[in-house]
Ligand binder design. Structure first.
Ligand SMILES: *Cc1c(COP(=O)(O)O)cnc(C)c1O
Length: 364
């Protein structure tokens, strides 16, 4: 058998240590997962209430057009239904974009480190990946535009960026869109959109009319708390959607995910509460970092990238023994950092003490 050459150089996604495994290994009753930027408050109680009624007709294939959630999202974000494409998480929309636009001989431009799925899927399609290092946690947008040539098909922008949490201001984004040639699809991944409250935030959806080469990605996995159901979407000009649709599997979002997403969208008070609590806990965490001389990136998301005087792996191991699963930055090429999802107030208090013990007192 012969697989694509490139796959030999790639690793399968390595899932974090399972919660049950960690509990057993360290004799803990409770594990707090702060590694994947999930919503610590769960998901809308309205979805929970309605769930039994959503689990029906499972013998029937889902609506491949996702008509009901399509209509709902179109109204909610004020675009036309023809401007939407749904995916099994926005991860899948990333994959569909790569399947549609990338191939050997083509190239794609992105920051590094950023969300790893852009690179992963681009490589599988055989495209050249041009990675432009972040500067101080920020996309180096000038250099990214510099890297664009006539073979460039897709330029990826993640704002707020995963893993740094830093957002890109509107003047900078407008300038990228103005400078990027029409043959390049610009993807703005807004997975953390709901948490973004900066005054200079860019209205990416508002830019769609003027820039038909733009795709905006959103997801129900983060603030909406539905990561386990897998549903996200892309918004673009109908012509772009028409290019993408043939590369989409016909029944890629499940009946339950489509129905749950509708109810979740209707419960904006759950989102507001989650965002508000995230903000309070984030401010408290920053205060702790400031007081202890720990530096961090100014995040606009529900996670923070923290600089440590020790290696990220060491801190990861230490926190693991205390029941906290975080993400070490070492593998991302960010030495002496961890990425920490901002969790519940009581858990953040404990993790702060544990971090302090390890750093200030050198406790093992
Ligand atoms: C989590 C995340 C996604 C993917 O979310 P899905 O669960 O696949 O919708 C996409 N982009 C970024 C930047 C993310 O952090």
């Amino acid at each position: 058998m012969k697989a694509k050459e490139i796959l030999k150089t790639m690793k399968p996604y390595k899932p974090g240590k399972g919660i049950e495994g960690v509990k057993k290994e360290y004799g803990l009753d409770r594990i707090v997962k702060l590694a994947s930027n999930e919503n610590p408050y769960g998901f809308s109680p309205k979805v929970q209430e309605e769930l039994p009624s959503l689990i029906q007709k499972l013998e029937i294939y889902p609506d491949g057009y996702a008509a009901a959630i399509r209509n709902k999202v179109a109204q909610f974000i004020d675009v036309s239904e023809e401007q939407l494409i749904f995916g099994n998480g926005s991860d899948e929309v990333v994959q569909i974009i790569c399947r549609t636009f990338l191939e050997p001989g083509a190239n794609t431009v992105m920051a590094t480190p950023t969300f790893p799925q852009y690179r992963h899927n681009a490589l599988i399609e055989g495209a050249e990946v041009r990675e432009v290092p972040l500067v101080d946690g920020h996309h180096d947008l000038d250099e990214m535009v510099n890297q664009v040539d006539d073979k460039t098909r897709v330029l990826w922008i993640c704002t707020p960026n995963n893993p740094t949490g830093v957002h890109i201001d509107k003047a900078s984004l407008r300038s990228v869109l103005d400078r990027c040639p029409d043959h390049v699809l610009v993807v703005i991944d807004e997975a953390y959109y709901e948490y973004l409250e900066a005054e200079d935030a860019f209205d990416a959806l508002g830019a769609l009319e003027e820039h038909p080469n733009l795709v905006v990605l959103r997801t129900f996995s983060k603030a909406y708390g539905l990561a386990g159901l897998r549903i996200g979407y892309g918004v673009a000009h109908p012509d772009v959607i028409n290019l993408l649709e043939p590369a989409r599997e016909p029944f890629n979002t499940s009946t339950v995910a489509q129905a749950a997403a509708i109810i979740a969208l209707d419960d904006q008070s759950f989102i507001h509460e989650s965002v508000q609590k995230n903000k309070e806990n984030k401010e408290q965490l920053m205060k702790f970092f400031d007081e202890n001389g720990i530096s961090y990136y100014d995040t606009q998301a529900n996670f923070v990238l923290v600089h440590l005087p020790i290696s990220g792996d060491e801190m990861f191991e230490h926190l693991l023994t205390k029941g906290f699963i975080v993400r070490s930055g070492e593998a991302l090429g960010l030495p002496n950092t961890i990425r920490l999802t901002i969790g519940k107030e009581e858990d953040m208090k404990v993790i702060q003490e544990e971090m302090k013990d390890r750093i200030v007192s050198g406790v093992n």
